[in-house]
Structure formats: structure tokens, C-alpha cells
Design a protein around this ligand. Structure first.
Ligand code: BGC
Length: 726
């Protein structure tokens, strides 16, 4: 048989690649592509640029400006460029002259606080749509690091402290993003649970504890969201850099969980060529952040000299091209056409998310919802006259219409502090006949005087958190505790609205009439806050993380490494708490937090009846009925906790499932919650299996980790399943 001359074969292959798209599987298409690629083309597929001028390295001209990453495509094979953007809450923009202005969802922690997977999906779908119209086809989203460290500066980007809640919520957001023919990451794999020394610290944790905590969150998010890529993190894990951890990447992710996508490094997290390639890294990201372009000439040389088998390079490329084919990146090319973005519709998606995320922490004096009879209302602090806060760092989304408060915060990364132009005060005023008077809250005495002269005071207290820096402690910054205390003393009818990315302590709690946690509420956050405060919508957020009463209650009373000399290696000993993260630690130590995981009040009341737990065909199904027993419409979040008496688990109980129900006044509805079997199991590192012990289990229906409403017992047979199963 005659073979075609090479040049003709090259010319037709791009067309063939696309033509066969319908018939061939992503794997077949990737194999065909890899078979036709030159060494140079393979190398260019696994090597990424930063799509912003940085450290004297110019962005490739084909890359979207002020974006996170760029990888050359192979035009002759129909493989497009990969255009990367951060996308945790929306299409981000790197700092610079002309930032992209896009819709921002509330922070990831806020979306987790909705306990409503449908909102997470809708928010993700919104981001994916805007990303496509911004010219991006690979989205850096899906942050699911657990809140082990409540002072972690990036908690706002993540899904809270519980692996089931975080995994499901973040997984749904990824699924939403990828419904747009774009790829999403899941990150930061793994144990990058603090920012202090993030490039240097080494996480110590036993295998079983790892699998039952942080890794379980990743595993669940992976199953739910099926992300095309996983981003390995900056830190070391059990001695090795995460991006060259054979255990994490090859064993846990690719072998046990059967991950067929590709692993990209975090920006500056690639530390070698040969170890990284052999131990599972598939693509070096943003190379100017690393010491060297490890996956360029050095990788080619390593392959040519046999230090890295060519089959391994082919595997890297196969994974990347397969993922692009699977998500339709070839058939659905992206274009920069922001004029097609429906900003008004997208803002409403963000607002719906924010409204369900707001947590009513305290409402003792029935101050909320606002009665409408107050004539003069003091609004104090937090720039509430201008806008709402957002968290800082690479996930920063810049608001349409510009910054509501210019020139705040650091001039360098992770600044500036960005406020979205949605003023809670203006939104409240639009719904009220009262006179609203604003005070910036910088002078406690003056703020207290205004409060004393008003019928009601609403203090907005802000905690700006950002990538690369942890909070020094759990206190609100900038003397805000003193201002709140003074205001609440002057007027007991004081409502405190928190915009924080993490839990804070509240030394003034006893004197405040009502407290609301609004997180960073996104593009229309002011509207969302106003609608919850006025009761136009119920307060239906529930805490996705414990609010400790003090630092002394934490497994690590001081942030690990906060005393370590800069840029030195130190150990972060997660064996202290093991898998007992958050409420599990508090339960185990019998500590009373300030507010428990799962806590959140409603403007109505709910009654729960008919709790039953039935073991059937290997799964545990819990059923019950919720009735809105109050006079207002509202949303309930009944939570199911499971426990195995005998103390073999890391903690007395675990969240096994939940429901979120919108119920009209008087309405009742049945729920059926299937318990994730891993929340009933222990991971056995020796056999590499999950094992459910035979015996009696206690199932508790609760409205928070510390608020049970009913308990039943159920006997389960012994059962075991593979590390990647359920
Ligand atoms: C962050 C990642 C981000 C990347 C690209 C890193 O500093 O840790 O979350 O996706 O930058 O901007």
C-alpha cells in the first residue's frame, strides 16, 4: 500500500480530526492527535504561559490580555489554543490598565452556605457563559480545600469545613461551568489549607485521615462535577511537593479515583522536570512563576534521553487533548464578544445565590425582619453607602461600572480591595419610608451618638480576606469590635451585618439585637442584604463552617508557621485533628462554639416528624417530613448526621446528607435523604478500601450540628468498597 506524502497527510489531518469528531470517542480522537504530533507540538501542549506581562516575560500575543494562562494549540490538527482564566466566582481579571468587568457571584463560602446545589449549578453555568464570551475555554475554579484553618485567607473561595457539603456544592458549580463547552479545574490539590508559607510548608497527615477529610471533598466534587483538570497545589504533602507527589497524583487521583483528565500545576508550583513528569503532573502552568521552564526544552531533553519515557509524554498530551475533545472545545470555539453577555440576567443569578447564602446568626429581640415603623435608621460602617465587599487575589472579579470604593487596600497583589457598586443602604432606603443616615464608623463615639439618636442602628462590619495572607486571629480588624460595642450600648436595637470570608469572634454578641453573616455577596449583594433584612425573602443560609468562640478552641491555636522565618520549610501537623475537622473537632473535644456548623435562623419555624432510617440494598435512606409551622413562607435546611457508637470514628458524628426545602406557611413536605456511604465508613489504608462496620448506627435529624430534633437507630451490615467507590 502506498502511503500519502507527509505534507498532504498534514494538510488533511485537521479536517479529519474534526470530521471524525462525531463518530470517535474523546480517547480515540486524542490517540489520533498524539500519533500525528511532532515532539515540538507535544511539548507545546504541556507547557503554559502566563497571559499577562510578568517578570519581564511578555504575554503571548495570541493570549487574552490580563488573563491567567495560555497554551498554544495545534492548528493543523484542529486543536485550539487553551485560554485560561480564574473563575471561582466569575470571570476574573489580572490587575492592570484595562480590567475585564464581569458578573460576580457571592464568594464560594457563601454559595456553600446556601446548601442549595441548584444555585451552585446555576452560578457555575453563568460563569461558563461569560467565560466563553470573554474568549476563555479553560476555567480555574472549583476550590474545595477544607476549612481546617479558620484564619486561612482563602476560606472565602472554598466550600467550608465538611467534605460532603463542600464536595457536593463545589462539584455542582463545576458541572454548571462545564455545561458551556469549557473545561473547569478542581483545586488546590491538596491540603493547601492555609496561605502562610504556602510554597514551603509540608503537610503531615495519615493516609486514612486524609482520605476521610480533605481528599473526600475532592473525591465527591470530582464525581459530581467531572472536572476536566485538577490543579495541584503549592505546598508539600507527606514530604513531596503536591505537584510531584506520586501518592496524590498517580495513586489517589489517577489510579484509585480513575481520573482521566489532566493535572495542571498552580502558578509557581512546578519544581522539577523529571520527578514532576514521572509522578503525575501533566501540564506546567504560568511558567514565569516557576524557577525554570521545566516542561519545555528540559522535558524534551528528558524524553529524548529516556529519563521520561515518551509514552509518559504521550499520556500527558493524550489527557489534555482528550479532555478538550470531551468538552467540545474543538467544535465550540470561544470568541471575545462581551457585548453578548446578558449582565442584567446574570446579576439576578448572583443575587438569588446571595439571598440564600445570608445566615441569620442571632435575632433575639425580634429586630428582624425590619418592621417598617422605624423613622430614623443609622447605617454605620463598611462602606454600606457605596457597595459590598469582595475577597482578594487571583479570583478577583472586577465589577461592571467600576469600583464602588476606589483606592482601598494594598496597591500590589492581592489588592486592591474591591467593592461592588450595590449599596445595602440604598437598597434598604428604596424599600422604606425611614430616613437613613450614614456614618463611616471610623469614630466609635460619633457612631454611638448617631445610634442613640436613631430608632435602629445597622452596623456593617467588614473583614477583607485575600489570597496569600492569613488573618492573624479571629477578630474583626480595624477596631470594629469597639465600634459595634459602643453602638450596641448606645442603642440596643442594633443589627450587625458581617461581610467576612471566615469566622470571626464577637465580643459584643450579648448586646447586639441581631447578627447577620452576609459573606461577600457579589454583584447585587446590597439588594440581597436588603431583601433579607426586610424579610422580602427568608433568611435561609446555614453556616458551612463552625464559628469558634476563641482561638484556644482550635486544633492549632496559632496559624502554623506564623513564627517560621520567611521562605523556610516547616511542618503543618494535621495529625493533631486528623479527619476531625471543624464541628467534628468541637464535638470530640466537647467544646461549645460561638455558632455551630449548620446553624442559621429563619423568620418562620419548622416542625419535623416521622424520622425513619432504613437500610436497603446496601444504602441507608433517611426519611422525614418538614412542616412550616410559622406564619411566613420560608426555607428549611434539615440536616442528617450519622454516628457509630463505640468511638472508632474520628469524631462523634458526621454529616451524612441534607435537604433544602422552600415551604409556604403551613406547608409540609416529605424528604428522602440517601446517606453517602463514605460518611458511614472508615478508610482502611492497608487494604485501600472503605469499610462499614456491622452494627448499630445513630441517625440524628438536626437544624445544626448542635441542634438535634430527632434520633433513630438503624442496624447496618458490614460492607466494604474500593477507594474510588461508594
Ligand atoms: C492561585 C490559583 C490561581 C492561579 C492563577 C494562583 O496564585 O493559587 O488559584 O488559579 O494563581 O491565577
Amino acid at each position: 500500500m502506498k502511503t500519502k506524502p507527509k505534507s498532504v497527510a498534514l494538510a488533511v489531518s485537521a479536517a479529519l480530526f474534526l470530521q471524525t469528531a462525531q463518530a470517535a470517542t474523546p480517547d480515540e480522537r486524542a490517540s489520533q492527535a498524539v500519533a500525528q504530533m511532532t515532539m515540538a507540538e507535544k511539548i507545546q501542549t504541556v507547557f503554559a504561559y502566563f497571559s499577562t506581562d510578568f517578570k519581564g516575560v511578555a504575554r503571548p500575543k495570541e493570549g487574552v490580555p490580563q488573563a491567567a494562562g495560555f497554551i498554544y494549540g495545534v492548528e493543523r490538527l484542529g486543536i485550539p489554543h487553551q485560554q485560561l482564566t480564574d473563575a471561582g466566582i466569575g470571570v476574573a481579571s489580572q490587575r492592570g490598565e484595562k480590567v475585564r468587568e464581569r458578573t460576580a457571584l457571592p464568594a464560594g463560602i457563601a454559595t456553600a452556605a446556601t446548601w442549595n446545589p441548584a444555585l451552585a449549578y446555576a452560578g457555575g453555568a453563568m460563569i461558563g457563559k461569560e467565560a466563553r464570551l470573554s474568549g476563555h475555554n479553560v476555567l480555574l475554579a472549583g476550590g474545595v480545600n477544607l476549612v481546617r484553618e479558620p484564619r486561612n485567607g482563602r476560606n472565602f473561595e472554598y466550600g467550608g469545613e465538611d467534605p460532603l457539603l463542600a464536595g457536593i456544592m463545589v462539584g455542582e458549580q463545576i458541572r454548571g461551568i462545564q455545561s458551556n463547552h469549557v473545561i473547569s479545574t478542581l483545586k488546590h490539590f491538596a491540603f493547601n489549607d492555609q496561605e502562610t508559607g504556602r510554597n514551603h510548608h509540608d503537610t503531615k497527615i495519615g493516609e486514612a485521615a486524609a482520605r476521610m477529610s480533605d481528599l473526600l471533598a475532592f473525591q465527591i466534587a470530582l464525581e459530581r462535577g467531572d472536572p476536566g483538570s485538577v490543579m495541584c497545589s503549592y505546598n508539600r504533602v507527606r514530604g513531596d511537593y503536591a505537584c510531584e507527589s506520586d501518592w496524590l497524583l498517580n495513586k489517589v487521583l489517577k489510579r484509585d479515583w480513575g481520573f482521566k483528565g489532566y493535572v495542571m500545576s498552580d502558578w509557581g508550583a512546578t519544581h522539577s522536570t523529571i520527578p514532576a513528569a514521572l509522578r503525575g503532573l501533566d501540564q506546567q502552568s504560568g511558567w514565569p512563576f516557576d524557577k525554570s521552564p521545566y516542561f519545555k526544552d528540559a522535558l524534551q531533553e528528558a524524553v529524548e534521553n529516556g529519563h521520561v519515557p515518551e509514552a509518559r509524554l504521550n499520556d500527558m498530551v493524550h489527557r489534555i487533548v482528550r479532555t478538550m475533545a470531551k468538552h467540545g472545545l474543538m467544535e465550540h470555539p470561544v470568541q471575545i464578544e462581551p457585548e453578548k453577555i446578558d449582565f442584567a440576567a446574570h446579576a439576578k443569578i448572583s443575587q438569588a445565590d446571595a439571598e440564600e447564602s445570608i445566615v441569620l446568626l442571632k435575632n433575639d429581640k425580634g429586630l428582624l425582619p425590619l418592621s417598617g415603623s422605624d423613622k430614623r435608621i443609622a447605617i454605620i460602617g463598611g462602606h454600606a453607602d457605596a457597595g459590598v465587599l469582595s475577597g482578594g487575589g487571583s479570583a478577583q472579579v472586577y465589577p461592571v461600572g467600576g469600583l464602588a470604593v476606589p483606592n482601598e487596600g494594598p496597591t500590589e497583589f492581592p489588592g486592591p480591595i474591591v467593592y461592588f457598586p450595590s449599596s445595602p443602604m440604598k437598597s434598604l432606603a428604596a424599600r422604606s419610608n425611614a430616613k437613613f443616615v450614614y456614618h463611616d464608623g471610623k469614630d466609635a463615639a460619633a457612631a454611638a451618638k448617631l445610634a442613640a439618636d436613631s430608632d435602629l442602628a445597622i452596623v456593617f462590619a467588614n473583614q477583607w480576606t485575600a489570597e496569600s495572607v492569613d488573618q492573624p486571629d479571629l477578630s474583626l480588624p480595624n477596631g470594629q469590635d469597639a465600634v459595634i460595642a459602643a453602638v450596641a450600648k448606645a442603642n440596643p436595637r442594633t443589627v450587625v451585618v458581617l461581610q467576612t470570608g471566615s469566622p470571626v469572634t464577637m465580643p459584643w454578641l450579648a448586646s447586639a439585637g441581631a447578627v447577620v453573616e452576609a459573606w461577600y455577596p457579589g454583584t447585587l449583594g446590597g439588594e440581597a442584604i436588603a431583601r433579607v433584612l426586610t424579610g422580602e425573602v427568608d433568611a435561609s443560609g446555614r453556616l458551612p463552617m463552625t464559628f469558634p468562640a476563641s482561638e484556644s478552641q482550635l486544633p492549632h491555636p496559632k496559624v502554623n508557621g506564623s513564627d517560621a522565618p520567611r521562605d523556610t520549610r516547616f511542618l503543618v501537623d494535621y495529625d493533631v485533628e486528623g479527619a476531625a475537622v471543624g464541628y467534628k473537632w468541637f464535638d470530640k473535644r466537647k467544646q461549645t462554639p460561638l455558632f455551630a456548623f449548620g446553624h442559621g435562623l429563619s423568620y418562620t419555624s419548622f416542625a419535623y416528624t416521622g424520622l425513619q432510617a432504613v437500610a436497603k440494598d446496601g444504602s441507608l435512606v433517611v426519611t422525614f417530613t418538614t412542616q412550616n409551622s410559622g406564619k411566613r413562607d420560608g426555607k428549611a435546611v434539615p440536616q442528617v448526621y450519622v454516628a457509630k457508637p463505640g468511638g472508632a470514628w474520628e469524631a462523634p458524628k458526621r454529616l451524612g446528607g441534607w435537604d433544602k426545602l422552600a415551604l409556604k406557611a403551613g406547608e409540609r413536605r416529605a424528604s428522602s435523604v440517601t446517606i453517602d456511604p463514605r460518611t458511614l465508613a472508615l478508610f482502611d489504608a492497608k487494604s485501600n478500601k472503605w469499610k462499614i462496620a456491622a452494627g448499630e448506627y445513630v441517625v440524628t435529624l438536626a437544624t445544626a450540628a448542635d441542634a438535634p430534633v430527632g434520633t433513630v437507630k438503624v442496624r447496618l451490615p458490614a460492607r466494604e468498597f474500593a477507594a474510588g467507590g461508594r
